[in-house]
Ligand binder design. Structure first.
Ligand SMILES: *Cc1c(COP(=O)(O)O)cnc(C)c1O
Length: 361
């Protein structure tokens, strides 16, 4: 006989199927091209801050308004301070934005292939959602976003496809949705042509979310931010102060501010990645891979004959980690982060041996 062991309290537990982050192997010799981290270090000023850190400062709570970093970001992006919100990585900012802005009975809309955290936050907060299929080339069909909705979130460039949608497409969607809040997740925008940030001057319902994790080489520090109208930023702050006032730690605030100050290094590092991306595109093509045009620090590649899953496993056995998603429509693709030139060459060398061995079989 089946015994029901579930206690009453157990049915009160909020159950969610969590997001699964990319693996973080302990072995340092692994070539890690699976979570889109930056292979280059943060600005030299960040190292200075950490070297000179006075631990006595840690007795005190950090500035809850994160003023120093808000200041630097507002200068960098030429917006007012009351248009900037900072959080513990953009995942934190996005989660808070979902909680703050997506409170309609109507479903929120986002593409069927995109950042897999979006449906997780919807489940967690019980937000209804409806995915809109990307076309065959993984591009947004903008007309899909003209229907009634409770909000919209779009990653641009998109993950894991790497595709950048033109600002005109973003503006078209925002302008068709004056009654919804539209969030553009620009985690990879610094590797692409241009941000939709300037549109926040025209549209009060548009929120841009960016991160220090990719283009600013500080995934380990956990800093993300949102830029938008005064109204949206005030609403985000009200929810933040109702949840946890001291989000960013003292060290992260100081280090983040130094990173933003060093503009030259920022642009130089981005150009470096873009150059290696260009080089990698040629090498992948020579090996029989194809991929959509990337606006990010990764390529979304598929091979003409060898299944992606096989390549993923073979690379892993050779200590090279890339990301594979066993999901409909994209299960024959690998998402490969742009590493240093040396890391990429090691990858290409292994791929050559794997592909030749495969041909010989
Ligand atoms: C990496 C990533 C994020 C989250 O980055 P954080 O490290 O939390 O700042 C958000 N959205 C997309 C699409 C990403 O790829």
């Amino acid at each position: 006989m089946e015994v029901n062991n579930t206690r009453a309290w157990e049915s009160n537990i909020r159950r969610v199927k969590p997001y699964v982050p990319g693996e973080q192997p302990k072995d340092k010799s692994v070539i890690k091209l699976n979570t889109n981290e930056n292979p280059f270090p943060p600005a030299p000023g960040v190292q200075m801050v950490l070297n000179n850190m006075d631990v006595d400062k840690l007795r005190l709570y950090p500035d809850p308004s994160i003023g120093l970093l808000v200041d630097e970001l507002s200068k960098f992006y030429q917006v007012n301070k009351d248009q900037v919100f900072v959080g513990v990585g953009s995942d934190d900012v996005l989660a808070l934005a979902f909680l703050t802005f997506f409170n309609s009975d109507k479903p929120i809309l986002f593409p069927d292939i995109t950042y897999s955290f979006y449906p997780v936050w919807c489940e967690l907060y019980r937000i209804a959602y409806e995915t809109q299929p990307l076309d065959k080339t993984f591009m947004i069909v903008k007309g899909d976003y003209y229907k009634d909705n409770g909000g919209i979130v779009i990653a641009n460039p998109n993950a894991p496809t790497s595709i950048y949608e033109e600002i005109s497409t973003i503006e078209d969607i925002v302008s068709h949705n004056p009654n919804s809040i539209v969030i553009i997740d620009e985690a990879y925008i610094d590797f692409a042509k241009g941000s939709a940030l300037s549109l926040t001057r025209k549209y009060e319902n548009l929120l841009i979310v960016q991160t220090f994790s990719k283009s600013r080489s500080m995934a380990g520090m956990r800093i993300g931010y949102a830029i938008g109208s005064k109204k949206l930023i005030r609403a985000l702050n009200d929810v933040k102060y109702s949840f946890n006032s001291y989000t960013l730690n003292q060290t992260a605030i100081l280090a983040g501010a130094e990173e933003v100050k060093d503009k030259d290094y920022f642009y130089e590092r981005i150009q470096n990645i873009i150059d290696i991306r260009k080089y990698s595109e040629k090498e992948f093509q020579k090996l029989g891979f194809s991929f959509p045009k990337s606006g990010a620090n990764f390529l979304f590649v598929t091979h003409e004959s060898v299944p992606a899953k096989e390549l993923y496993k073979a690379l892993k056995e050779n200590n090279i980690y890339v990301r594979y998603f066993d999901l409909p429509r994209i299960n024959n693709y690998l998402r490969i982060t742009i590493g240093t030139r040396q890391q990429m060459n090691t990858l290409f060398d292994y791929l050559k041996t794997i592909l030749i061995a495969d041909k010989a079989e």
